[in-house]
Write a protein that binds this ligand. Structure first.
Ligand code: HEM
Length: 488
């Protein structure tokens, strides 16, 4: 027994040594393995990926390979070269990495489903006629929730809340009521989801502590139950979004247990970004009075005939162009959307950079784009990148500014909050409309103020880099009250 363990340990040690003796070959990107065998830079990466990758960029330039928990990851930070990764579906792939993540985070296995089939199904719902129905429904739910949450409050009565809680809770519940069939448990789903979402990054990195594992597992199981509609066990006739998803999974041969679990994946995909985005946007407006005034005056100029909460949903917003609001949203997302685009190298590949450099990528390694660092926070592209400038994406004639340059080359990718290529966000239009409806509703129907007029936006929670919209560490305390009819 002792000998077996000894031999096993020896074998393991040899493997570790073999693995950690990788050296940079000709034509490969600079290699930085870190000091810890196998783990490499995993700890620094998981703690604050933006800080770590900025340090590596400073040291190695816009392409380098780092070792992270046994994987070699080539990080590409030149947006002019992104297409070489995004458009390559032969040498680079994301299917296996995605499946691993689904299993780890959602305890979900969908091997029979091709990402292209799922994407096609999603697109049917978030485009065209379906999209405008969903957006109307979202608007109605936002209005109803705002009214019911403030029921019994007189217009003069101030209420206090954290802005993040306020935005996330309202947008989440409205989104849930729009897409999911159970209408009786939105508040419970939101509460449970926040517990799950708070531990999601640790779950993805397999770095949960013992107590946390228990919490996240029971939260996940509770969410599976909460999301299961009564019709799941029987036949359903009508055709809501959730039923359509159920039929899609059935057609693809997914068993009942996995169908149930897949609903949590959909809840996360559709609801985890809009609330945090609305928080940052309103947070920036509240801490930048000139931006707030510019948005409010754009709203005043919109000739909305009916802003009453009690009447039918208003969708004129979609018909009006709102360049100032659009610039504020783009600027907000530039500063707070931090997706990582990951691919696995399926066969050895030569990566051709825009400036003519060529690098060899090894089969089995990974490639990662992190647009948050570049283009979004790149000082060569965006002057004073840390600063919120509400008109950064506006030309002088108040049209959309879309010409940005690096190395004197006009950029195709100057900000990438929605991802790009085959994985680009399907819900972009739905999300933009929802955030716009929400911000509009709040600014026209509520007086919202910072509790402390000098308060600053909270810092970013650094563990969330790579998981879409960033979330704050803490909250921004606000007070709000319903406006009277005359004030609207
Ligand atoms: C501010 C809000 C949002 C942002 C910033 C955002 C961002 C993104 C990003 C960056 C991706 C690509 C992820 C990757 O490459 O791994 C993505 C994918 C996706 N998003 Fe969004 N999203 C938002 C809201 C929404 C909403 C509201 C929906 C639906 C209602 C939605 C549906 C999807 C879907 C279905 C995908 C998967 C696409 C695929 O795998 O092919 N998103 N989103």
């Amino acid at each position: 027994m002792v000998w077996t363990i000894f031999l096993l340990l020896n074998g393991l040690l040899i493997l570790i040594l073999l693995y950690s003796t990788r050296t940079r070959q000709k034509n490969e990107p600079p290699l930085d393995k870190g000091f810890i065998p196998w783990l490499g830079h995993a700890l620094e990466f998981g703690k604050d990926a933006a800080k770590f990758l900025a340090r590596m960029k400073e040291k190695h330039g816009d392409i380098f390979t780092v070792r992270v928990a046994g994987h070699y990851v080539t990080v590409l930070l030149d947006p002019n070269s992104f297409d070489a990764v995004i458009n390559d579906s032969v040498f680079l792939d994301f299917t296996r990495t995605r499946q691993q993540l689904l299993k780890r985070i959602f305890s979900l296995q969908l091997p029979s489903i091709k990402p292209t089939a799922e994407r096609k199904w999603m697109e049917q719902h978030f485009q065209g006629l379906h999209l405008s129905k969903l957006s109307s429904s979202m608007n109605m739910h936002l209005q109803n929730l705002l009214l019911s949450d403030n029921k019994g409050c007189s217009p003069s009565e101030w209420q206090h809340d954290g802005l993040f809680s306020l935005c996330y809770s309202l947008l989440f519940r409205a989104g849930y009521l729009t897409l999911f069939d159970r209408k009786d448990n939105a508040a419970a789903v939101y509460k449970e989801f926040r517990t799950f979402d708070n531990l999601l990054t640790k779950l993805a990195r397999s770095s949960l502590k013992r107590g946390e594992s228990k919490t996240v597992n029971s939260s996940r199981e509770r969410l599976w139950e909460l999301l299961s509609p009564s019709w799941l066990s029987g036949e359903s006739q009508s055709s809501t979004w959730q039923q359509s998803y159920h039929h899609f999974l059935q057609r693809e041969g997914v068993d009942a247990e996995m169908q149930k679990r897949a609903l949590l994946l959909q809840l996360w995909t559709t609801q985890c970004n809009a609330g945090p985005a609305a928080f940052w946007l309103l947070g920036f407006l509240l801490t930048h009075p000139e931006a707030m005034e510019a948005v409010k005056s754009e709203i005043r100029r919109l000739t909305l005939r009916d802003t009453s909460l009690q009447r039918r949903p208003i969708n004129q917003l979609e018909a009006h162009s709102t360049p100032v609001f659009d610039s504020v949203l783009s600027e907000t997302l530039r500063l707070t959307a931090a997706v990582m685009i990951n691919r696995e190298v399926m066969q050895d590949k030569i990566l051709c950079m825009a400036d003519g450099r060529e690098y060899h990528l090894r089969q089995g390694d990974r490639v990662c784009l992190f647009p948050f660092l570049s283009p979004q926070m790149d000082p060569e592209i965006h002057q004073d990148p840390q600063v919120f400038k509400y008109d950064r994406f506006l030309n002088e004639d108040i049209t959309v500014k879309d010409k940005f340059y690096k190395d004197e080359k006009r950029l195709k990718y100057y900000t990438m909050p929605w991802g790009a290529g085959r994985n680009m966000c399907i819900g972009k239009e739905f999300a933009v409309t929802a955030i716009k409806q929400f911000v509009f509703l709040l600014l026209t129907h509520l007086d919202v103020e910072l509790c402390d007029p000098e308060a600053k936006l909270p810092a970013v929670n650094p563990s969330r880099y790579g998981f879409g919209m960033l979330q704050p560490d803490g909250d921004l305390q606000v007070r709000y009250r319903l406006k009277t009819q005359d004030e609207m």
